[in-house]
Design a protein around this ligand. Structure first.
Ligand code: BES
Ligand code: MN
Ligand code: ZN
Length: 477
């Protein structure tokens, strides 16, 4: 893992990333004159906003920004540029880099280190060959006169938690089944200081979690239901916030089998919501935020084994209502429904679920953001949107009109798990809302949770989407 540290003055200089409104070679020991002349010359070229060079083994990168612009786009620009610096540094086998911010915006120092650190993530512990590339970058030093150690500590936590979420998403199901996922949460709880209770199959049966058991019926592995609780003594909130994460450790579609290779190959990512919830809990506890938060994760794989539920089955859910289960590939809502019903006992201030729930959400907005909808109070929604912009995990609000309720009515049960051909992300959210009696917000992360090509500091594979969003939301409450 990369470590980020803070210095208030630039003393040694080596590899350096400079963020500046207008490049200035100050302090004057920064570069020899020929180097600063070259940088200035390059920056005069039309539209050139950055220069990177390797000078006698020293990597130097200058990013020019207009610090009067929108802060969130400045931060994102800085993160993205920084990710290119990480790649260059690792190619040069460099171990450290300094972040030198000449603007008046301390947030850009943080954004630069965040981009550098997140881009340095690797998932390579299964590679045994000697040729395995291991990133050499280890230390990022922010040079800033006013930033405080707390901010750096928080950034280290965020990068650590996001990397943990990526690891969980990237592990395939033969390495990480529902029990392994629950155990991973248990370990994170021990490490960060929050409580984790794991319900096994017999406890899940006692609770009559019919949705979770139905999805698990075709599997040889047992389901788990993880209950995480972080309750600091001086919590600001009277009623807890509840986070619910979809923990489908692998989604074959069940008997409504997905076609491979088009859609099944990536389905180890179907617990990305669970990973985001567990790792957000980890970050919140590590940073000792004064918020009482509960995390719930129903987990299982979805397989077409012998007892797999058949399309058309009628399932009695934990809340006693029935579902005509017309498509076994619409499994996420079945397991989430029981978790959302379970959450009622806490009288939550707000419940947020994160789920790779529908291809429809990904089809609508791609991997550039999260599809959101729900019954949360307008103020709560606005805080979520703001956090979305802060961390560039933006939320696109979908309508939640009552007409959509009609599409999931069943003639032979209370509702069905399949809507019509249109509005699939919304009918899935509507299905879930039936199991809530509190302010509720649904985040469908099917688009951004997992990317098949490298996407800047989000990397390739699991992106850890949701962790930074939730952390920012709770930090700013
Ligand atoms: N896990 C999938 C959704 C998904 C798709 C996640 C692409 C990530 C990337 C989910 O369980 C699913 O199969 N949804 C179906 C629902 C449909 C059968 C109503 C879908 O979206 O096709
Ligand atoms: Mn599915
Ligand atoms: Zn799924």
């Amino acid at each position: 893992m990369t470590q980020i540290q803070l210095k208030n003055k630039l003393s040694t200089i080596f590899n350096i990333l400079i963020v500046s409104d207008k490049f200035a070679n100050s302090p004057d020991f920064l570069f020899p004159k020929n180097v600063s002349d070259y940088i200035e010359h390059e920056l005069k070229k039309e539209d050139k906003k950055s220069v990177s060079l390797n000078y006698l083994g020293r990597y130097i990168s200058v990013l020019i920004v207009d610090s009067k612009g929108d802060i969130n786009s400045l931060k994102e620009k800085t993160r993205k540029h920084s990710a290119t610096v990480t790649d260059a540094l690792n190619a040069l086998k460099a171990k450290e880099v300094f972040v030198y911010n000449q603007t008046k915006l301390p947030a850009l120092s943080i954004a630069a280190a965040e981009g550098l650190g997140l881009a340095n993530y690797q998932f390579n512990h299964h590679v045994t060959s000697k040729k395995k590339q291991v990133n050499t970058l280890k230390t990022i030093t922010i040079v800033h006169p006013t930033l405080k150690a707390d901010a750096i500590n928080e950034l280290n936590i965020i990068i650590d938690a996001t990397s943990k979420a990526r690891d969980l998403v990237n592990e395939p199901v033969n390495i990480l089944n529902a029990t392994d996922l629950a155990n991973a949460f248990k370990n994170m709880g021990k490490n960060a200081g929050f409580n984790v209770d794991i319900l096994n199959k017999s406890k899940i049966k006692n609770l009559k979690m019919g949705g979770l058991l139905a999805v698990n019926a075709g599997s040889v592995d047992e389901p788990t239901f993880s209950i995480m609780e972080y309750k600091p003594k001086n919590a600001k909130n009277k009623n807890p916030y509840v986070l619910v994460g979809k923990g489908v450790v692998y989604d074959t579609g069940g008997l409504s089998l997905k076609p491979t290779p088009n859609s099944m190959d990536l389905m180890k990512c179907d617990m990305a919501g669970a990973a985001a919830v567990g790792c957000a809990m980890y970050a919140i506890a590590k940073a000792k935020l004064n918020i009482h938060v509960i995390g719930l994760v129903p987990a299982t794989d979805n397989r077409p084994g012998f007892n797999a539920f058949a399309p058309g089955d009628i399932i009695t859910m934990m809340d006693g209502t029935t579902v005509e289960m017309l498509n076994s590939d619409a499994e996420g809502r079945m397991i989430l429904a029981d978790a959302l019903h379970y959450a009622k006992r806490y009288k939550p201030e707000l419940t947020i679920d994160l789920a790779t729930l529908t291809g429809a959400a990904a089809a609508a907005i791609g991997s550039f953001g999260i599809v959101g909808m729900g019954t949360a109070k307008q103020k709560q929604k606005e805080k979520l949107y703001t956090s979305g912009f802060n961390v560039h995990e933006r939320i696109a609000e979908f309508p939640f009109w009552e007409e959509y309720d009609e599409l999931i009515k069943s003639d032979i049960a209370d509702q069905k798990n399949l809507g019509g051909p249109y509005g699939g992300a919304i009918t899935a959210g509507k299905f879930l809302a039936k199991y809530t009696d509190y302010p509720y917000y649904h985040l469908d992360i099917a688009g951004p949770a997992f990317v098949t090509a490298k996407d800047s500091y989000r990397g390739k594979g699991g992106t850890g989407y949701g962790v930074r969003l939730l952390f920012d939301f709770f930090k700013n409450l």
